[in-house]
Design a protein around this ligand. Structure first.
Ligand SMILES: [Zn+2]
Length: 307
């Protein structure tokens, strides 16, 4: 069984400035964390992802938005929305981030690596069909779900989002597809304001809004319960994780209380279920997580349990 660590050097070209929570140091912290884990580093398949093509991005985005993003970045970038900035390298970064997840899906289905973690930025789960939002440019994980459906004939894809913020973009991009079930646990009420339990899409959404500051086991239990509810009579062919590590205790952008052991438990339980459902196919993609050292450590724990 091979597990891949998927990355792309272009993800470092999305220059948001060091004052932004979502900065290039986040990815560097992951690379640094490997220094303490040489055995983990050695047993992973290290894969440089590709760039997603506009012809792929149109699975979830308007062509006009895609073209506009290309032109905006080439012209030097600037502020895209109140939270999101782009630099000249952001087109290369955003297409690489999406392309890494698509490559991971390909590897999961063709057997090169049944499981992957994609260390990518910009993140994706707030991006909408025709706009950036909340540090996100393209909907990496929603795109991967539709790509798996289209290219690999996956009948059922499960998305699990444990970022502390609601994956409103992912929700908007999958809520009409009965072949995609989306589970999101998030702080509520909190940014971006969506994600009430009553938001069910066509019965394919399981939103788990939670207050901040609870004992961590309560978050683990709530997410586990939602995953099990979302898979009654729905055996996924692929599991995607929106791995936001801003759900860890101490994150400046959230009030959840998870520690490394909870990242381990959640990852292990998803892998166990995926093994029963679909040969163990799990593709995980980085979303938030704004204390770089904690993020790096969490990625190591996550990878240890994936592989
Ligand atoms: Zn987040």
């Amino acid at each position: 069984m091979t597990t891949a660590f998927v990355s792309h050097s272009d993800c470092g070209r999305h220059d948001t400035g060091w004052g932004a929570p979502e900065h290039v140091g986040r990815i560097r912290a992951i690379t640094r964390a490997f220094r303490e884990r040489p055995e983990l580093f050695m047993r992973l398949l290290h894969h440089e992802g590709r760039h997603a093509l506009p012809a792929e991005l149109v699975l979830v985005h308007d062509l006009e938005y895609i073209r506009g993003m290309h032109a905006f970045a080439l012209a030097g970038g600037g502020r895209l929305d109140p939270d999101t900035v782009a630099s000249e390298g952001s087109w290369a970064a955003a297409t690489a981030a999406a392309g890494c997840v698509l490559d991971a899906v390909d590897m999961s289905f063709d057997g090169r690596a049944l499981r992957s973690f994609c260390a990518i930025r910009p993140p994706g789960h707030h991006a909408l069909r025709d706009s950036s939002m909340g540090f996100c440019i393209f909907g990496n994980v929603a795109l991967a779900a539709h790509y798996a459906r289209r290219t690999h004939r996956a009948d059922r894809v499960l998305i699990i989002d444990w970022d502390v913020h609601h994956g409103n973009g992912t929700q908007a991009l999958v809520e009409h597809d009965p072949g995609i079930h989306f589970v999101s646990m998030h702080q509520w009420p909190w940014y971006p304001g969506t994600g009430a339990a009553s938001e069910r899409g066509i019965g394919n959404l399981w939103n788990v809004p939670m207050p901040p500051g609870l004992p961590p086991a309560e978050y683990v239990d709530a997410l586990r319960t939602a995953i099990d509810a979302a898979t009654v009579g729905f055996i996924p062919d692929l599991v995607l994780i929106s791995a936001g590590f801003d759900s860890l205790a101490g994150d400046p952008l959230g009030g959840f209380t998870l520690e490394m052991e909870h990242v381990a438990v959640l990852t292990r339980e998803v892998v166990e279920r995926a093994t029963a459902w679909c040969k163990g196919r799990v593709v995980s993609a980085l979303e938030g997580g704004y204390v770089p050292e904690r993020l790096g450590e969490a990625c190591m724990v996550h990878l240890e349990q994936l592989g």
